[in-house]
Design a protein around this ligand. Structure first.
Ligand code: MN
Length: 270
């Protein structure tokens, strides 16, 4: 089994290597990840300049095929998480059996999937038809990666035993707790808005600038069955995602709202 591991926290992030250590017991692991922290860049790609890639030396323990372990290779990309996944699948690694993005330090719940670099990288696996996991743990401070690493290993093992007929994208959030304190696993809906932004102004005149932070947790709207709800119950949340953002139910009302526009725009006197 051939597995691509990428992330948005950067190629040296401990969460990524926690995933690698679990996954190399299931198949050969290829790490292709940004050379620095890129959280919050979403699915952005670098299209206006060339992107450099360099091979990263993995710890000696990870470079040889020990007993029941497969080899690991790693590349650092001077670009976004999305760039990393595109370069891996199109050029550096080629076809894989599984794409894993993470393990991210901090949850990616509800509408946060729109700005998440972890999900942004995963989307590039999904659109190419691969089984793809975006994996995060629920805490930025002192995150516990053990539960998430074990979960990813178990999922990879199951996919190897029963190869899926088509690709998919699962957004997985694991409580940041020792494995024994996780209370279950729930397949969930995507919740609503989980974080609000605050803006802080500094400087004066031409030197005026603004800091945007996403530091206001929004706790309403996380109805039972949502990803936020599951994580708050200390359960693992698995949300299947797709990319159909079109709001089907609104099509008729938008048509009637703007019914007179075509005539005005095109100057017809119908
Ligand atoms: Mn991140």
């Amino acid at each position: 089994m051939k597995i691509l591991v990428t992330n948005d926290d950067g190629v040296y992030a401990p969460g990524l290597w926690a995933a690698v250590r679990g996954l190399r017991q299931v198949g050969e692991v290829h790490v292709v990840a940004p050379d620095r922290e890129q959280s919050g860049v979403g699915a952005s790609l670098t299209l206006h300049h060339a992107v450099r890639v360099r091979q990263v030396t993995v710890e000696p323990e990870l470079s040889d095929e020990g007993e029941a372990n497969y080899p690991v290779t790693a590349y650092a990309v001077e670009g976004t998480p999305g760039d990393s996944c595109v370069l891996a699948l199109e050029q550096l690694v080629g076809k894989v059996d599984l794409v894993v993005s993470g393990i991210n330090r901090g949850s990616n719940l509800g509408w946060d999937v729109m700005v998440s670099g972890t999900v942004g990288a995963a989307i590039q696996g999904y659109v190419r038809g691969y089984p793809t996991l975006a994996v995060s743990v629920g805490s930025v401070q002192n995150p516990h990666f053990d539960g998430a690493a074990r979960l990813v290993q178990l999922i990879a093992h199951q996919l190897m035993e029963q190869p899926p007929q088509s690709g998919f994208l699962l957004n997985i959030n694991v409580p940041s707790a020792p494995l024994g304190q996780i209370t279950g696993l729930q397949v969930t809906n995507l919740g609503n808005r989980s974080y609000g932004e605050t803006v802080r102004e500094e400087g004066f005149g031409h030197d005026k600038r603004y800091w945007i932070a996403r530091n206001r947790a929004i706790l309403d709207g996380d109805q039972e069955g949502s990803d936020m709800w599951a994580l708050r119950q200390n359960r693992i949340s698995i949300t299947p995602l797709h990319l159909s953002l079109c709001h089907q139910e609104m099509i008729a009302s938008v048509e009637s709202l703007f019914a007179s526009i075509p005539a005005q725009l095109l100057g017809r006197q119908d």
